[in-house]
Design a protein around this ligand. Structure first.
Ligand code: PLP
Length: 373
């Protein structure tokens, strides 16, 4: 046990669980086909922050609606941040999460950017331990299914003044999840967004804040209108450099076999620093693939696919793990396919390796797993 693991015990979370949990037959029916984000476990964790008391009243309570004053600050001005991570059931029945302190650190960084109170890392992880232990029956037993955890925080000050709020609420809810893409691991088609940007230098692109997602929806709708599954974001200034795909980071594979080399767009301040992205830099190196952070332009992407230099492209994030990109469309740069438009070997290998670490099929050689129960 590390010092930080031990420190989660400093936070006392009062346990007042639901007195009417979902009956087990009903829960099993949900777990048989959970979908994504539509079903929730019996309980949630909440904690409050006020300027005078700091963080207090951390408790586990029955999952249920919130009562909000219509002038609650965040509904108007959007001081709202979130995280996403998963609890995995291993073959021995134990439950683990993947690098939760990384999520805790990013949550604190997001809070700083939005001028919100920072939740201590230890309370973040303690809340996960409390909820997953209480609702452990909701962690699916089948491979490929997980319990998705959604920590989030919003301002609760009442009033229409525009300023950093003097009170916040932290909540943690959990949702059983099946495969993210219901049609299976099938390469997606992407639309290069020339008209809309997700993030600009100095903006909130590095923070996991609710508003970033609100701002992205119109571009996602435009992608759908053009028959594409996902939107790819370009940099705000030149509309030239590849940043991300929807809510996932991107990787480009150059060459193949022993000479396969990966490049992921470097973190310029307008990209969200994904934990999956970060983990894959290490996992690729473990597998003998060189992996670098760099800059890839739209022209590089197109020319690289035409010359065959770029052999695979994939997106990565907690929810969907790794998703291959098969086809690219755009208004100003034409359309092209990535290799034959299928799922390449480096993509499959990295996906399997990361999943095998997360689900305990192979040793946790980097100490990334955090045991819950
Ligand atoms: C959450 C998120 C990611 C992926 O982050 P992970 O930590 O790997 O789940 C990538 N891009 C955006 C915009 C995100 O919000």
């Amino acid at each position: 046990m590390t010092a930080t693991d031990a420190a989660t015990g400093l936070w006392d979370i009062s346990m007042n669980p639901s007195t009417s949990p979902v009956p087990s037959a009903e829960r099993d029916a949900i777990l048989a086909n959970p979908g994504f984000g539509g079903h929730f476990t019996d309980n949630m964790v909440r904690a409050k922050w006020t300027a005078d008391k700091g963080w207090h009243d951390a408790e586990l309570v029955a999952y249920g609606p919130l009562l909000l004053d219509p002038a609650t600050n965040f509904i108007h001005y959007g001081q709202a941040i979130f995280e996403g991570l998963k609890a995995y059931r291993h073959a021995d029945g134990s439950i683990k999460t993947f690098r939760p302190f990384k999520n805790a650190q990013r949550f604190a960084a997001s809070a700083r950017r939005l001028a919100m109170a920072e939740l201590p890392e230890e309370l973040f992880v303690a809340s996960i331990e409390a909820l997953v232990r209480q609702d452990h029956e909701w962690v699916p037993r089948d491979a490929e299914k997980t319990l998705y955890l959604r920590p989030f925080m919003f301002s609760t000050e009442i009033g229409l003044g525009v300023k950093p709020a003097d009170s916040y609420e932290y909540l943690l809810i959990a949702s059983p999840a099946g495969a993210y893409w219901p049609k299976g691991l099938k390469p997606v088609s992407v639309w290069l967004s020339d008209d809309y940007v997700r993030a600009a230098p100095g903006g909130t692109g590095e923070a996991k804040c609710a508003g970033n997602y609100a701002a992205s929806l119109i571009a996602q709708a435009e992608a759908s209108q053009h028959g594409c599954d996902q939107v790819v974001w370009l940099d705000a200034a030149e509309r030239r450099w590849i940043e991300e795909m929807g809510g996932m980071n991107l990787y480009f594979v150059y060459g193949s076999g022993d000479s396969a080399r990966l490049v992921t767009p470097r973190l310029t301040g307008s990209l969200l620093p994904g934990i999956t992205r970060d983990s894959l830099l290490t996992v690729a190196a473990d597998l003998g693939m060189r992996a670098d952070e760099g800059q890839i332009s739209v022209e590089d992407w197109k020319a690289g696919c035409e010359s065959g230099e770029i052999t695979e492209v994939f997106a990565c994030g907690t929810a969907a793990v790794i998703t291959p990109v098969g086809e690219v469309k755009s208004r100003t740069n034409g359309s092209w396919t990535v290799a034959d438009g299928g799922t390449g070997p480096a993509t499959s290998r990295l996906r399997q390796e990361l999943l095998d670490i997360q689900t305990g099929v192979i040793p946790d050689r980097h100490n990334w797993l955090h045991a819950i129960c």
